[in-house]
Design a binder for this molecule. Structure first.
Ligand SMILES: [Zn+2]
Length: 558
């Protein structure tokens, strides 16, 4: 008697092989046969008309805090994700001294849009070191499988305390950071992550610590993976970070470097393709650089209480250090507005570059302004014969900054995005699941790829999509026995209907600690999700009594 047989489904093996019909048999959490069924099963699933693939691997999440109070890392597992990789961009919550907890939470609030109240009442701080953090997750249990980068900013804060956001590190400090990275790797980190991105600011607009690192520090810390002999490097690059520089880091470490965030901008339409081809050239030289791309348009919902969208602008920097009353005065100031307009007139690869036709009023706060709902700032500016920035700032100021906007900032040109997704070596990633919770939810990026890109736009065959969501990231991260439908692999499975699969519309829910809100999307066309052979969702969604079948992944292929 087998534990589980799923039969009649179209099988996508995750490695990119041609789809075929057949059955998958599971015993003790692992796939034992693919093809014919022999014998009976305790759990038999008839899956005619559906497709079965390995569970989706989400390589770019920020569940590090949330998973200490929500072991399921919701909503990802309901969206077909069976492995989440956390600690991206260098932002983790371990190691962290008790005295630094508040600083770390305030930084996370700013850089990743997490409610400070939710973090303060939610995080279970039963750890100090990185190894203790992994132990704590293991004790609590996890819904999906979890892999975790050791994050540069956390390491830097641990060693340099408040100086971490102010200056370069001394040689002694670098060697202490290196010791901590090696310690984390030996305890089971999947790699080392960092950011150079000017959008990544902590409280009061202070740069996130890793942005202060010089070349020596980056070489030393990336290179610490060479000492360990395994692991993946991850960087969110900044406007001024060259691929050649990252190649030097990858070369000296001898390890693969996953480079984020390759999002397409209409203002510099060739930039992401240049990055991808420079990385291809690096790989031909033996340096394994891979570009992380996104299947989702980058759409933010925001108010000017949290103007993250604009914080990549130099003119906006001083406002991040102001209390809200002072900030309102600045927003009304002509000199400030002039500086912002001047900067927007220069094209660049920042998050927002003046694409006012992509910024919409979602909901005005006052009834008399309701007529603006659903209208773009470009349209309002034309109608009122004023600059769009003035329209936005005046409207917000008149509504106590409560006006709700949405901005589709990057990845809106679908032909260009399709080209990036099809690149055989691009890594489809960047969900940022667990972060920017008040602005967006791309945790369903995999379902969006299968529905929107494969079925609706025929951007790639289903088997290539399955490869890009499964075996490719599993190999890059060294996830052992995951990412393929084959005997011996862990039974992380996604059963779905190719005719209907999609991510549903974003909804605002108030389920975070302290009642904080976030956007979530439901899965559409998902018929079953299994983690290590245990079913956690069916066609109706996540089981309300879903167990915690995931594993904290601590050993990886070299
Ligand atoms: Zn990130």
């Amino acid at each position: 008697m087998h534990d589980l047989v799923i039969r009649g489904a179209l099988l996508l093996d995750g490695s990119g092989g041609a789809p075929k019909h057949g059955a998958v048999t599971v015993d003790k959490g692992r796939v034992v046969a693919v093809g014919e069924v022999s014998g009976t099963a305790r759990e038999l699933v008839e899956a005619d008309g559906l497709a079965l693939m390995p569970g989706i691997i989400d390589t770019h999440t920020h569940y590090d805090a949330q998973i200490t109070w929500d072991s399921q890392a919701s909503p990802s597992p309901a969206l077909g994700v069976t492995t989440v990789v956390m600690g991206n961009c260098g932002f983790t919550i371990a190691p962290c001294r008790p005295d630094d907890r508040d600083l770390v939470m305030r930084n996370l609030t700013h850089v990743e849009g997490m409610s400070l109240d939710a973090l303060r009442s939610g995080i279970d701080w039963s750890f100090e070191s990185f190894p203790e953090y992994l132990d704590a997750l293991e004790r609590r249990g996890v819904g999906p499988n979890v892999a975790c980068y050791v994050g540069h900013s956390s390491i830097r804060t641990f060693v340099m305390r408040e100086e971490a956001t102010r200056r370069a590190a001394t040689a002694d400090e670098v060697s202490e950071m290196r010791r901590l990275v090696v310690q984390a790797m030996e305890a089971g980190a999947c790699g080392f992550s960092t950011t150079r991105n000017a959008q990544h600011n902590g409280e009061a607009g202070m740069p996130m610590p890793s942005r202060l690192a010089d070349e020596q520090e980056l070489l030393a810390l990336s290179g610490s993976l060479d000492a360990v002999g395994r692991g993946t490097l991850m960087m969110t690059k900044g406007e001024g970070t060259s691929i050649a520089f990252i190649e030097r880091l990858a070369h000296s470490a001898g390890r693969p470097y996953l480079v984020a965030a390759l999002l397409h901008s209409n203002l510099v339409p060739e930039a992401t393709f240049e990055d991808l081809s420079e990385m291809a050239a690096a790989r031909r030289r033996g340096n394994r650089l891979y570009g992380a791309v996104s299947a989702c348009p980058l759409t933010f919902e925001f108010t000017l209480h949290e103007p993250y969208v604009f914080e990549g602008l130099n003119a906006w920097q001083p406002l991040m250090r102001m209390d809200e009353a002072t900030m309102r005065k600045a927003l009304a100031d002509d000199a400030f507005r002039g500086a912002v307009k001047g900067e927007l007139a220069q094209r660049g690869r920042r998050l927002f570059s003046g694409e006012w036709d992509k910024v919409f009023v979602v909901q005005a706060a006052r009834a008399e302004n309701g007529r603006y709902d659903g209208t773009s700032l470009a349209t309002l500016a034309r109608e009122q014969r004023r600059d769009a920035l003035d329209v936005l700032l005046d409207l917000s100021l008149a509504e106590d900054l409560d006006t709700l906007y949405s901005a589709t900032l990057l990845n809106s040109d679908e032909d260009a995005v399709g080209r990036m997704l099809r690149d055989p070596d691009s890594v489809i990633s960047l969900s940022d699941a667990g972060a920017h919770l008040t602005f967006l939810c791309d945790a369903g990026f995999g379902l969006h790829l299968l529905g929107h890109w494969v079925r609706d736009r025929q951007a790639m065959p289903l088997e290539q999509a399955a490869h890009k969501l499964c075996a490719q990231p599993a190999d890059l991260l060294g996830l052992r026995d995951r990412g393929r439908l084959a005997p011996g692999q862990w039974a992380d499975l996604l059963l779905f209907d190719p005719a209907t699969v999609a991510r549903g519309r974003a909804q605002r829910v108030f389920d975070l600690p302290a009642g904080a809100s976030r956007l979530v999307t439901p899965g559409v066309g998902v018929h079953g999700v299994w983690v290590n052979g245990q079913r956690i969702a069916d066609a109706k969604g996540m089981f309300s009594d879903a167990k915690l079948p995931g594993r904290v992944l601590r050993t990886f292929a070299t």
